[in-house]
Write a protein that binds this ligand. Structure first.
Ligand code: HEC
Ligand code: HEC
Length: 311
């Protein structure tokens, strides 16, 4: 807020003094002024061709007292609150300090609430319905755009389902919080240049065989060799995945996108990467823990069918 310039401050002071002074003068004058009256008690003014004659009554006492109280209130207000030019008032009140005070009070309440959960596991926080409700709100505001409102994932974005038992990196408290706070970026390099087209198809058949999907047995056998030399480094020789790299388990029926032959072939050819932004600056640990508690509660509630986005 910029302060009033001296000119405008003096201008406002002059206006306030003039208006209040004039009103006060009229108020006092009206109490004392003597209006000449005729013997019949009227002023002698007639209206409407003599039908109405103007009488004279003193102002009622309640009106006088009420008006006097208003003057006292107005002057008292100008002494205590801002209003008289640049004079700040003896209370030093501003809308800004009021807002800042209210904000600090509600943040304090929130901090008390959040502090209750310090040192608790996500499972313990998940037992607090208020915390879970806050976590859900935070998830919808920050995460639902990619992971969906119910956290069931979005295969088109490669954003995994966060409430199934399966995880790219891990669902334990520390790993989950690290995923949220630091972000993740799982990268599978494009291997189209390193593997012949025929071998790409064969390897894709082998990958389908790992989770029991229909496949060509002869091709899958041929593909296993490529898998062992190239893919096993990240996905392990059994294809069960490596959480340290975010390399998915290929033996379950859960897919980031889907398990179709062409999708797997394209993944081998062009590689794949999924980027999860870091939230430490935006949310901080306490909020991330609330979200984690909501995910924990969701994971342990009645199982929901995955929406296609796996992991
Ligand atoms: C821009 C889209 C996007 C947003 C927004 C987003 N995520 Fe993600 N998230 C992803 C992607 C993509 C991955 C997979 C990362 C990978 O492939 O390495 C992921 C991975 C994760 C994982 C690891 C899952 C696992 O299986 O180990 C967690 C946990 C997670 N996100 C939670 C959240 C939370 C909580 C929020 C909100 C605070 C959020 N994400 C917001 C895209 C997003
Ligand atoms: C350098 C490590 C690395 C190598 C080598 C690698 N991958 Fe991957 N792979 C990953 C990572 C990391 C992801 C997850 C990418 C993401 O988060 O989007 C992935 C994802 C996949 C997926 C998608 C899984 C799903 O759930 O949708 C398939 C299929 C796959 N890899 C197959 C293979 C095959 C077959 C090979 C060998 C030809 C191979 N990968 C080699 C790291 C690797």
């Amino acid at each position: 807020m910029s302060a009033l310039s001296t000119f405008w401050s003096l201008w406002v002071m002059a206006l306030v003094t003039f208006n209040l002074g004039l009103a006060l003068f009229l108020f006092i004058w009206s109490q004392r002024v003597k209006i000449p009256t005729l013997p019949d008690g009227t002023t002698g003014h007639v209206w409407a061709h003599g039908m109405l004659r103007e009488g004279l009554h003193k102002l009622p006492l309640w009106w006088t007292l009420f008006s006097a109280a208003m003057f006292i209130l107005a002057i008292g207000y100008l002494v205590r609150y801002p209003g008289f030019g640049a004079f700040k008032g003896t209370l030093d009140w501003t809308e800004y300090s009021q807002l800042a005070g209210d904000r600090a009070a509600s943040l304090g309440k929130l901090q008390d609430h959040l502090r209750r959960h310090e040192g608790q596991t996500l499972a313990q926080i998940a037992a607090d319905a208020d915390a879970v409700a806050m976590g859900k709100r935070l998830f919808i505001d920050n995460c639902a755009a990619c992971h969906g409102r119910e956290a069931l994932g979005n295969p088109a974005l490669g954003a995994p389902n966060l409430v199934d038992a399966d995880a790219l990196y891990g669902n334990d408290d520390a790993t989950l919080l690290a995923s949220i706070l630091n972000g993740r970026n799982g990268i599978m390099p494009p291997l189209g240049g390193a593997i012949a087209e025929a071998d790409i198809t064969a390897t894709a058949h082998y990958v389908r065989s790992l989770s029991g999907l229909p496949h060509d047995v002869a091709l899958a056998q041929k593909g296993q060799a490529t898998f062992t030399t190239i893919c096993a480094a990240c996905h392990t020789p059994q294809g069960t995945g490596n959480p340290a790299l975010g390399a998915p388990n290929l033996t379950d029926a859960v897919w980031l996108k889907n398990g179709e032959l062409t999708t797997i072939e394209n993944t081998i050819r062009n590689g794949r990467s999924g980027e999860m932004p870091a939230w430490d600056k935006r949310l901080g640990e306490q909020n991330a823990r609330l979200i984690g508690a909501w995910l924990h509660a969701r994971r342990n509630a009645a199982p929901t069918p995955p929406a296609g986005g796996g992991k």
